[in-house]
Design a protein around this ligand. Sequence first.
Ligand SMILES: C[S@@+](CC[C@H](N)C(=O)[O-])C[C@H]1O[C@@H](n2cnc3c(N)ncnc32)[C@H](O)[C@@H]1O
Length: 258
Amino acid sequence: MIARTAGTESEAASAAPIIPAPPRFDIRTQDCIDFLRGLPAESVDLIVTDPAYSGMNRHLRLGHGRIVGHYGKPDNERWFHEFSDDPESYAVFLRECHRVLRRDRHVYIMFDSFSMLSLGALVRDFFDVKGVVVWDKVHLGMGHYFRRRHEQIVFASKGRRKLSRRDLPDVWSVPRLHRATYPTQKPVKLFEYMVQASAEPGFLVCDPFCGSGSSGVAALLGGCGFIGADIDSRAVRIAEDRLGRFTATGEDPLEPAH
Ligand SMILES: C[S@@+](CC[C@H](N)C(=O)[O-])C[C@H]1O[C@@H](n2cnc3c(N)ncnc32)[C@H](O)[C@@H]1O
């Protein structure tokens, strides 16, 4: 549920701030592009997102196993949706991110190493890329050659903005989650760093691929509102329940340490 500040329709369609009314979050079951197109221009203060790139999975032919079912089968209930990460779709996504983000604000976009090489450079066409942060997952994952232990986060701005935290290195050692509730659930801590470095209380944080809502928990922890979307209604149910319980109790049911 979104409460808009008073103003004319044309103002609302351009720069009107949108502030989620209590419980201060709004999560929609929507494709990322449709979701972003539905937001007014310059209406969010920080974008933090972890897209479901298809590139790595297609390249490695993952998803033929017992656990995730058969990759690409339309009736596959076990496999989560992916965003087709061809450069054209990705450019549309980035253009919309740029449109909805206010001036003098930051954006963080996560990449696996495959998509980083194929799509990462496109971020420069839309934003001023400031750097790449490495997420060190601390524990080893799978991998045909060197076993994967990191992902990358492109950090960029629209306009000029200083970081609020100057003590963070560009390698974030945050242990990956084991046996998480959601298949691609990321630690809240990762998003907390982004929020602490680039948001102020009252900012509206946006995640167009919000999954289980880890970025939403980080936004609420930072005193921010949150607006997010996921194409999968199961993810949205999990995220809504999670943020609702977090708002009511201060406990994160998916990462009880918070
Ligand atoms: C890597 S996961 C995000 C996980 C999330 N950061 C968390 O901690 O739970 C990516 C999400 O993107 C969603 N997704 C895939 N294609 C999408 C699309 N076209 N639009 C919006 N969401 C999409 C998937 O359902 C998945 O939940």
